[in-house]
Design a binder for this molecule. Sequence first.
Ligand code: PMP
Ligand code: GLN
Length: 373
Amino acid sequence: MTASAVRTGAVNLGQGFPDTDGPMGMLQMARRAIAEGVNQYPPGPGRPELRAAIAAHRMEQSGIEYDADTQVLVTAGATEAIAAALIALVEPGDEVVVIEPYYDSYAAAIAMAGGVRRAVPLRSNAETGRFELDLDALRGVVGPATRAILVNSPHNPTGTVLSSAELAAIASVCVEHDVLAITDEVYEQLIFGDAREGTRHRTLAALPGMAERTLVISSAGKSFSVTGWKIGWVCGPVELVHATKAAKQFLTFTGGAPFQPAVAHALRHELAWVERLRADLQAKRDRLGEGLATAGFRVLPSEGTYFVCADVRPLGYTDGEVLCRAMPEQIGVAAIPVAAFCDDPEPVRHLVRFAFCKRNEVLDEALRRLRRL
Ligand code: PMP
Ligand code: GLN
């Protein structure tokens, strides 16, 4: 969709990346690092000051203590962390549970590990629109062949923040069946002020019996608006992180040297900036949501991330993919069909994901064009 937006000059509300920069102090740190020669291979597990900052931040967020030397690994974005963890821990034929819709790299990474994907649906409640985890389906799918469950909250593409009850149900299934959890928490800082259970991120690892079986993954891209830096990390039990490091060693070995001290600075000193980003994004969510509703969409609730999903049926369309393929050419807006994140497209065929992490004038221009639908 981004290629299509570039080709047609469409406003790109498809791919989720912000169109403004991250905190100035962090950007300056990266510039300074380059000027001062931090340009060669950093240590394989990541620069010590970044690992220490990650451990301190996780402690603050979740109260869990991770040893910066043995329980924290810096990766090339969350994408590499997910791939390395799966390659490290999943043997051919092992089953990996994903929550559908799911981020597109999961299926590929599970396949690269030789694993078998088992999807459990998040379904939009007919009345409230909120996406809810199908707990019966979860219990039905987990068994002796299950090695791991991949959990993403706040959730791309739906903007759902899993509830305490949903997280507790996942934890109890993991403990009961001795299943590992890999949690993709890249949107951990982007939970909105009106989220039902508050803005504080809840990590599965903090639930009883979970710290010893959970790899927590996050990255700087979303928290600090630097999606192109690709600095991610994984934290967890020593043996699981050690195994992930062994896989990472032969994927990229290491990367992003001058960005690492800058991200360390951001984790320690730019959280007030992130608070402003969060408030700003909430206002953008509302701006886009209200505009989409005026244009005729049924807008579903979004409690976090930078995405909102909308039902295209009130406009007389039935297939979000057909609409998304036509929109760049026809009205000059790009968006993503939710079916692109699913094995079974049927239940979400009518849904389209819009990214709202864009300047207000960009959102307004997209809305002007969307009113032509
Ligand atoms: N997981 C999810 C749910 C995402 O939305 C993204 C961002 N596209 C990633 C992982 C990848 O993160 P990174 O850019 O740090 O590799
Ligand atoms: N996470 C972003 C999204 O879902 C972008 C990632 C990508 O382009 N692969 O839009």
